[in-house]
Design a protein around this ligand. Structure first.
Ligand code: CTP
Ligand code: MG
Length: 178
């Protein structure tokens, strides 16, 4: 039981890493190209191609390395790689969707939105991965007490989020320490 819980938490690393690594690679080439609708940026300067591509690629590579370390994290072969990619990409697409909504609500880039800022990527990662492999998501996070791993992930994320943002802020990669 403990082993499967730990494996499910480790399997979620690509999603968490994508979100953190986007801060490191980010900042160049805004995805919305500066375009506004109704006087508000579509996404804002916090969502860039460098963050999206850098985050997705590096998190996917990390996930594939993890899959070599432990063969029981993901299904074997291409199916596993697709799951790793969808965890990474889904995380950053979720983050982009939440910025789109925040801008429509008139929130400036970086203005803090509790819970949404912490969990947008979790929802995005689980949703995209669910579309790609329903069975894996359900069996890893939702049945036979597996929700415990999801609960631990949800508890760890605010800490990780905070740590990443403080590091990003100290390194001058992020304007706010959150
Ligand atoms: N980042 C990026 N591209 C992405 C995601 C993140 O360049 N697709 C970088 C940006 O430098 C961003 C930082 O990572 O400032 C932190 O991400 P996040 O907190 O999601 O962005 P915010 O600046 O807070 O902007 P928003 O209000 O839109 O969330
Ligand atoms: Mg933010």
């Amino acid at each position: 039981m403990l082993t499967v819980t730990i494996l499910a938490i480790v399997a979620f690393i690509p999603a968490m890493a994508a979100n953190s690594l986007a801060v490191i690679f980010g900042g160049k080439f805004p995805i919305d190209g500066g375009t506004k609708i109704d006087g508000k940026r579509i996404l804002g300067d916090g969502k860039t191609w460098s963050g999206l591509l850098g985050g997705v690629i590096s998190a996917t590579v990390l996930g594939i390395l993890l899959s070599f370390v432990s063969g029981s994290l993901y299904p074997s072969g291409v199916e596993g790689y697709i799951i790793i990619l969808s965890l990474s990409l889904g995380a950053l697409l979720g983050d982009i969707c939440s910025s789109f909504i925040k801008r429509r609500l008139g929130r400036r880039r970086g203005q803090r939105t509790p819970l949404v800022d912490e969990y947008d990527f979790v929802v995005g990662a689980l949703l995209l991965t669910f579309i790609v492999s329903q069975t894996w998501v359900v069996e890893t996070y939702f049945v036979n007490g597996r929700w415990m791993s999801l609960l631990v992930i949800l508890m760890l994320i605010p800490l990780l989020h905070r740590a990443t943002n403080i590091i990003g802020y100290r390194l001058g990669m992020k304007k706010e320490p959150w």
